[in-house]
Design a protein. Sequence first.
Length: 164
Amino acid sequence: MSAFQLAQLNVATPLEALDSPRLADFVANLDRINRLAEQSPGFAWRLVGDAVDAKGEHPLGRNVIATMSVWDSLEALQAFAFRSGHADIMKRRREWFAKMTDAYVVLWWVPRGHRPDVTEGAERLALLRSLGPTAKAFTFRDAFPAPDAGPAGKAGAIGESCPA
């Protein structure tokens, strides 16, 4: 078993307020999709509540919503993200969220048991946006193995792109 788990941050900017009729289907499915994640093999933890840091600030921007979770492996996160009911909801992303011109999903390895905060996630997303995929901040398409998985290097073949 690896001494590391995979953290992920996913951000989006809603086209309207979360209580608007336009986002009603998205909001109506949140609890179901969160339960699906929590019941998925390899799920370890997810951020519950608003994406506010310890100082009460929104490090991702006031209009940005975020999900953050930790998984036992890249494969476990891929199964949830791309091969469960989550994928069907995310195919509708353009109905609810502004098109992102920058990276909106970042992955990184954390020591087993570590629970990242939103500030850490925002820093990893900024790193990905500024440097592209590295072992410290990467994407499904350009994934890196856990630090204890053997020789360091890119493991692009294990990545998968988001269908949304």
